[in-house]
Design a binder for this molecule. Structure first.
Ligand SMILES: C[S@@+](CC[C@H](N)C(=O)[O-])C[C@H]1O[C@@H](n2cnc3c(N)ncnc32)[C@H](O)[C@@H]1O
Length: 196
């Protein structure tokens, strides 16, 4: 089998590159979102849905560390489970807060995921979904059209990368979310050499 074409300028897509491309954007947005909400209490039950390396969890631990001394007892009061966000297996009415930070763009069933968030939240609970508008997306899409033409399907990560207010609105409306509020936050990443 011939290897798929890879332009010689293309970088290897590994963990280090991903880290560089992502920087601390997730963490910054997670921190800003938490600042919008009432502080967690000692009895709050929180879901970091699609947690990845745990940006939301780490922001919570910075803002609201649990009362017991973590230096003496370094185990964090969290449990990690592998689960499809489109088909959560938690019981109904489990969580006070459910955060889904930069996950929806990659889901096969965003409406289903929004329904599961609502189902697993307590009736007075709060769900947070974040999406991103990234200014370089349009340049990547134009590069796709120029190099591959308009008929060739776009790489999945690119065609699905624009998950913004309109998409969140559609998924949450279909799932029956009430009192939906939209806030816009900004986070920046400097890539390459800073010539400034
Ligand atoms: C861009 S990362 C965001 C990670 C983390 N929430 C953050 O704020 O940094 C997207 C995450 O969604 C997870 N993910 C993708 N599809 C998923 C699915 N169907 N169910 C649960 N998690 C999923 C990936 O494993 C990845 O960790």
């Amino acid at each position: 089998m011939t290897a798929p074409f890879k332009p010689k300028q293309a970088l290897d897509f590994d963990g280090a590159l991903l880290q560089e491309l992502q920087g601390d954007v997730s963490d910054t947005i997670a921190q800003q979102v938490l600042e919008e909400l009432p502080p967690l209490t000692a009895t709050s039950v929180v879901h970091d849905n699609g947690c990845g390396p745990g940006a939301v969890t780490m922001a919570m631990m910075r803002n609201n560390p649990p009362a017991d001394n973590l230096t003496d007892n370094p185990s964090w009061p969290f449990k990690v489970e592998t689960m499809d966000a489109c088909n959560l297996t938690f019981p109904d009415n489990t969580f006070d807060y459910s955060f889904t930070n930069f996950v929806f763009a990659g889901l096969s069933d965003d409406g289903g995921a929004a329904s599961h968030i609502l189902r697993t939240l307590k009736p007075v609970g709060t769900g947070v979904i974040t999406g991103a508008e990234m200014p370089w997306q349009i340049a990547l899409k134009n590069a796709h059209y120029k190099t591959r033409g308009t008929e060739e399907p776009m790489a999945h990560f690119l065609s699905k990368s624009c998950y913004q207010k309109e998409e969140i609105e559609r998924a949450t409306r279909a799932a029956g979310w009430k009192d939906v509020k939209y806030v816009q936050k900004e986070a920046y990443l400097i890539l390459g050499t800073d010539l400034g």
